[in-house]
Write a protein of this length. Structure first.
Length: 113
């Protein structure tokens, strides 16, 4: 009789694939900048076939727009939390400097060519 081994899955299965693809795109952008966000690379990080990614994003531009939107949301949350920690009596220039510092700490994702 053949012994059945339990399958171990190293790929994505069930859940919200669109969000997983966007999260992987944000991670790639943080590590390598916007040019690192490629459909095949995102699919590889999540563990799905590239065709699965095309089911949610028909073009690379659509994926990059979704990644940029998520990144802007993440940045807005980080800036808001950072500014909430700043005493309201501090001058506005200090708050602007802190916002700039927060954006630079995000890495190459927010660099411009």
């Amino acid at each position: 009789m053949v012994e059945k081994r339990p399958r171990t899955r190293a790929t994505y299965h069930h859940g919200d694939l669109r969000s997983a693809l966007i999260a992987a795109g944000v991670t790639l952008a943080r590590d390598g900048g916007p040019q690192a966000v490629v459909l095949r690379a995102v699919a590889r990080v999540v563990g799905v076939a590239p065709n699965s990614a095309y089911g949610h994003f028909s073009t690379l531009t659509a994926l990059k727009k979704a990644v940029a939107q998520r990144a802007r949301g993440d940045m807005a949350e980080a800036m808001s939390a950072h500014l909430d920690a700043v005493a309201p009596a501090e001058p506005l220039i200090s708050r602007r400097r802190q916002r700039h510092t927060c954006a630079r700490s995000a890495g190459p994702m927010f660099t411009t060519p």
